[in-house]
Design a protein around this ligand. Structure first.
Ligand SMILES: [Mg+2]
Length: 244
């Protein structure tokens, strides 16, 4: 029986792609308003996240250093002069990024669907804890998510390592097969947790592919209750039984 649902954050509850599009476009336009590749900046930025974040995940550099590498790479590929101070330049990007933080509307729909259920709702993200908690606070979701799990609190283990999922289940005081993980990344949020016995559910917002056999897929978080029905709290069930 599923007793807890963990949600990925970026591109699952939080609309990271839209915030990046806003921030990258604004940051680039401030340097080069008529840049011919302005419209291609956001997609490049997302590719550079995939390129540079693993070095931090593997302990090869700090979180700040992968940001510098990403920004340096972005400027080089866009033909922009490298900023004299990459940290200052990244701070400008962050200001624009944070101004555009928004949840996907179905994040609230799914929270409401499970309110009053006996299920624990939490977050399992590969992100940096301070920034991820700040996002949840801004979106009004932090009070509804407990725990918020990041590699910092899971022995430095990132998704898709088995140790990450097992440590997350242990933090919940549950067996792996009592925990579901829902997220937009097929490997990190669905296939990886399934390998350790969790219920991995792929959120495929864009209908991009057919999942492997045995991996449930949903197009919106509003469809999650069809996969994991909300159930009443044990106390409420006992109470109702007593008055039957
Ligand atoms: Mg994600």
């Amino acid at each position: 029986m599923i007793r807890a649902i963990l949600f990925d954050l970026d591109e699952t509850l939080f609309d990271h792609r839209s915030a990046v599009a806003h921030a990258v476009t604004a940051w680039t336009a401030a340097l080069a308003p008529c840049h011919p590749l302005l419209g291609e900046g956001p997609a490049l930025w997302l590719r550079l996240e995939d390129k540079h974040l693993p070095a931090w995940h593997h302990g090869e550099c700090s979180f700040g250093e992968q940001r510098r590498r990403r920004l340096r790479d972005y400027c080089r590929q866009m033909g922009l002069a490298e900023p004299a101070d990459l940290d200052d330049a990244y701070a400008d990007f962050l200001t624009a990024y944070e101004a555009a933080w928004e949840a996907f509307p179905d994040a609230y729909t799914v929270m409401d669907a499970y309110t009053g259920s006996g299920l624990t709702l939490g977050v399992l993200t590969n992100g940096q804890p301070m920034q991820q908690e700040a996002k949840l606070r801004r979106l009004g979701l932090l009070d509804r998510m407990d725990p918020v799990l990041t590699p910092d609190s899971l022995g430095g283990n990132f998704k898709p390592s088995a140790e990450c999922y097992l440590a997350a289940a242990a933090k919940l005081g549950l067996a792996a097969n009592e925990v579901a993980l829902v997220g937009d990344n097929l490997n990190l949020d669905a296939i990886g947790p399934t390998r350790v016995g969790m219920l991995g559910i792929w959120l495929d917002r864009y209908g991009s592919a057919t999942p492997p056999p045995g991996i449930p897929a949903i197009r919106t978080l509003a469809d999650l209750p069809a996969v994991i029905p909300p159930h009443a709290k044990p106390e409420r069930q006992a109470c109702l039984a007593g008055h039957a």
